[in-house]
Design a protein around this ligand. Structure first.
Ligand code: ATR
Length: 288
């Protein structure tokens, strides 16, 4: 890597951020396209986010990715926010235009592309979405209009109900309710696609799944946004009964690819990014 005074610097800000796969994925992509960019990670505490963004602006950092727990708070430090990110209420990508910082959210399009890339169509389908946190919200906003029906279940029922209420203004068949074993069983019966957008299945909740294996069917498509471990309990169970599965790396890579496009104005080398992420996960010993 040849870094000079002209090299464009991009970074991810979060807390924790040590284990982020974004530097690995993006540096691999810069190298593949021979771009004079470099990507690093900065741990930024909540109370220091505002000053960190100010610093990034002063230093001429070209672009940023924002991860937990800053996706909502960061919006107050931006000059402009694209309409989709504004509707979702969270930003995960910032482009520094010199005088202006512009915010975007690529989580939803990442989920959409992950499904498309795995030949899953949404048209006329019913989706059961578990989780109405940051990622769940972005997914619901992006996918709701293409689906025939969307049911959002969340542990905190209010969040699911509120999200459904907002989305119903554009699409009628959207329901938000509490995440209970009974409702999962009931709603899954006639669903075509199941998406886990909760952190259940991820360390320290690894080995757990919100959906018992006996409820899964071979004609169901199962997507999990958890990628550590890569094979979550849900993905393992779905694979074992012959369902179509889309693992968490797919959404990670596709949201990263959409961010890459915003930051570099180039189409991302998706396979390079996927390979880099998978190798890093395998090397870190957290795949299972
Ligand atoms: P992210 O940005 O990754 O979506 P988040 O906004 O903190 O992170 O959302 C985490 C999601 O996982 C939420 O839907 C959360 O449910 P609550 O809104 O009720 O907190 C869900 N979640 C986390 N642990 C859970 C558990 N043990 N059972 C069910 N849902 C859980």
């Amino acid at each position: 890597m040849d870094i000079s005074g002209e090299t464009k610097v991009c970074a991810i800000l979060g807390d924790p951020v040590k284990h982020s796969l974004s530097p690995t994925m993006n540096n691999a992509a810069f190298k593949a396209l021979d771009l004079d960019f470099v990507y690093v990670a900065f741990r930024v505490r909540r109370e220091e986010l505002k000053i960190a963004i100010k610093g990034a602006r002063k230093l001429g950092i070209h672009g940023l990715n924002i991860t937990m727990p800053h996706k909502e708070l960061v919006m107050a430090s931006l000059n402009e926010i694209d309409p989709h990110a504004k509707a979702v209420g969270a930003v995960n990508t910032i482009l520094n235009l010199g005088k202006e910082l512009v915010g975007y959210n690529t989580d939803g399009s990442g989920a959409l592309e992950a499904l498309r890339d795995n030949s899953v169509s949404l048209n006329g389908k019913k989706m059961l979405l578990l989780g109405a946190g940051g990622a769940g919200k972005a997914i619901a906003f992006q996918l709701s209009q293409e689906l025939e029906e969307l049911v959002i279940l969340n542990r905190n029922a209010k969040k699911a109900e509120n999200l459904a209420e907002v989305l119903r203004k554009k699409q009628k068949k959207i329901l938000g309710n509490i995440l209970s074993a009974k409702l999962v069983r009931h709603e899954l019966k006639d669903s075509d696609i199941l998406v886990n957008a909760t952190s259940v299945g991820m360390h320290p909740q690894a080995g757990q799944s919100l959906v018992p294996r006996r409820l899964l069917r071979p004609d169901l498509c199962v997507m999990d946004i958890v990628y550590k471990p890569l094979e979550t309990r849900l993905i393992r169970d779905a694979t074992s009964i012959g369902a179509k599965v889309v693992n968490g790396v797919e959404m990670l890579v596709h949201q990263g690819a959409a961010s890459f496009k915003i930051l570099t104005n180039r189409v991302a080398p998706i396979q390079t990014m996927r390979q880099a992420a998978l190798e890093k996960l395998a090397g870190s010993g957290t795949v299972s």
